[in-house]
Ligand binder design. Structure first.
Ligand SMILES: C[S@@+](CC[C@H](N)C(=O)[O-])C[C@H]1O[C@@H](n2cnc3c(N)ncnc32)[C@H](O)[C@@H]1O
Length: 246
């Protein structure tokens, strides 16, 4: 998977997941965010969640993202919303990031559980940063129903990577976490996230016909579109799960 292709395809997105701004705001209210609280966002993308929450709810935050392009966009967004003093963005591998222990009221990883080698490993690496009584937020795919065997390679997931919702609950419990809330994305949000990338890539290729990776990027986008329509849209759900450590 090319990080650069994602940076191009998601160039027009603020949120890099099949989830609306309204639902991120709902999550903030579910977490009862209040001024002075601290939020850690691992794989923060363009920092939209952190910057918005800092602006609306007065929290401060730390975001970590591997992409320098996204990290720079996150810093710019925090500055644009006037919260740059309260939002720190670090570029690097969130899987190797050592956060201040027990310092954050909310620790989030929204749509990047590969940073810890899967859901269980990511929960493990999120926990030390969480203050007592705080909340973990995990954005994670799940199957509406298990896809046919041929789908996995196309989607780019292994048969064990994701499970149905109740199996996801089992995974949280096995990791010592209780599921206390959740907000799920819907099909329209999936379409906004996935389909809008087709046009963004097409616009990019029209403007940059000599890009040395143009053919690969076009093939990558065509595969993503076909796989989305054949499998992801039908079988794959996505949501943010709110957890308490037990
Ligand atoms: C699906 S996007 C989600 C971004 C953000 N959480 C959001 O909801 O807008 C996944 C993000 O993970 C970042 N990423 C991928 N591998 C990473 C790693 N090892 N450490 C930190 N960030 C990573 C990508 O650059 C991208 O911004």
């Amino acid at each position: 998977m090319s990080l650069r292709f994602h940076e191009i395809a998601e160039g027009d997105h603020r949120l890099l997941n099949p989830f609306s701004e309204e639902k991120f705001d709902l999550l903030a209210r579910i977490c009862r965010l209040a001024a002075g609280q601290r939020v850690l966002d691992l794989a923060c993308g363009k920092g939209e969640m952190l910057a918005r929450w800092a602006e609306r709810y007065g929290v401060s935050g730390t975001g970590v993202d591997l992409s320098e392009v996204f990290a720079e966009a996150a810093r710019a967004r925090a500055a644009e919303l006037g919260v740059a003093e309260r939002v720190t963005i670090e570029q690097g591998d969130a899987g190797a990031y050592r956060a201040e222990p027990a310092a954050y009221d909310v620790v989030a990883c929204i749509g990047a559980t590969w940073i810890g080698g899967g859901l269980a490993g990511t929960l493990e690496l999120m926990r030390p940063a969480l203050a007592p009584g705080g909340l973990l937020l995990v954005g994670e795919p799940f199957w509406h129903e298990a896809p046919p065997p041929g789908a996995y390679e196309s989607i780019g997931a292994g048969p064990e990577d994701y499970v149905e919702l109740v199996g996801t609950l089992d995974r949280f419990e096995a990791a010592g976490c209780e599921l206390v809330e959740m907000v799920l994305g819907d099909l329209d949000e999936w379409d906004r996230y996935a389909a809008s990338q087709w046009l963004t890539v097409d616009d990019y290729l029209t403007a940059h016909p000599d890009d040395p990776e143009a053919a690969e990027l076009r093939a990558w986008s065509a595969h993503a579109r076909r796989s989305y329509l054949a499998y992801t849209r039908r079988y794959c759900g996505w949501g943010v799960f709110v957890l308490r450590v037990r």
